[in-house]
Design a protein around this ligand. Sequence first.
Ligand code: CP3
Length: 400
Amino acid sequence: MEQNSTSEATFHDATSESLLPQDHPLRRAGAAGGTADAPLIRRYRGQVTDAPPSVWFMRQAGRSLPEYRAAREGTAMLDACLTPDLVAEITAQPVRRHRVDAGIFFSDIVVPARIAGLAVEIVPGRGPVFDHPVRTEADIDALPVLDEHLDAALAPIREAVALTVGELGTTPLIGFCGAPFTVASYMVEGGPSRDHLRTRALMRDRPDLWARLAAWVAELSGRFLRAQVLAGASAVQLFDSWVGSLSEEIYREHVIDHSRALLGAVADLPVPRVHFGVGTGHLLPAMHDAGATVVGVDHRIRLDHAVDLLGPGVPVQGNIDPAVLFTGAGPREAEALSVLAAGAAAPGHVVNLGHGVPPETDAAVLTDLVAFLHEQPAPRATGALPVADAPAAPAEAARA
Ligand code: CP3
């Protein structure tokens, strides 16, 4: 592993950094208005930092915020996601209000499908619904071809990211996309599903068709993700929200290669790659093997246990039980401290919830929780590497 031994060393080498545009936030330190040394990025890279704990929340932008409800009024969700100035405003809202340590790009896991030309809507209170479920060979043959038109159609995403990072300044923007299993399951089921039976049946019955569909999603989402990074995102998160419904055996047989291909779309770039799913205690090592550099953990498993399962050297993110957003301050703060203590077992830990912010959350509770976390001393990440020994980019790139 190549490593720059100066005290200013960052984990990436000049080669991968040079793939980012000159004005990318990761190419400048905070003092110069960039994100290269932001504590959250250092923690994702397993590097030591003296900063107080870093925190952001999945679904921090959204219905828990009155300013979000006002901004969204009269605009359908997916239309909002393709309106760059609205995206920048909504992404910045929770950063301004709660002082979280990252913005998460305001979009949705089905936005790429809409951009590619599929008829999909997000039905309030329900979730993504596709007009034409994709179940047969003919359905898969009819999927849009992902050619250079897609790059042109991604223009609103690039523009939205550029506006957002201008708004966020030294606060990193996390780009994201949905993983092949979770996105394909919406396509196959036609909408939200409790047990993803049709999708899991397709995998076993017609593994050839499943592989074509998953590869299509991986290509599409991978291009959506790469566009976000090149336009200014400093890290990425791959959401495989519903993959916890699979056994590790089925995951490794039918899913991991597609998730790996998707993460490979940004693996040459010096951005941390977080991978998260719900109910994935049994899949954490496999999700790391899919090419993640950070593993997101839900609230059903303790972080120190997750670290044991993952083995040394893997930074983690998580995993405050969202239920404590609805308790008094006592249980909430006890949970936050317990998560910090357990997360210290990893080389780096970024605090998050175990799943997204519920829409009915009182925004003031989130603001107070962030302030409480920021009052805590820097956790002593016991698995952290000295700066000069932090993982270098060549090892990262080798996963591509
Ligand atoms: O702060 C953020 O996290 C903002 C960006 C974001 C959204 N969706 C905005 C959104 C992200 C990262 C997502 C990802 C997403 N979308 C996932 C993976 C994360 C997870 O929750 O596990 C999934 C499964 C989806 C699909 C989806 N989109 C669902 C299930 C829903 C909820 C439908 C409802 O109304 O209850 C959506 C809609 C959605 N995505 C909203 C937001 C802010 C609500 C839309 C609204 O305000 O009407």
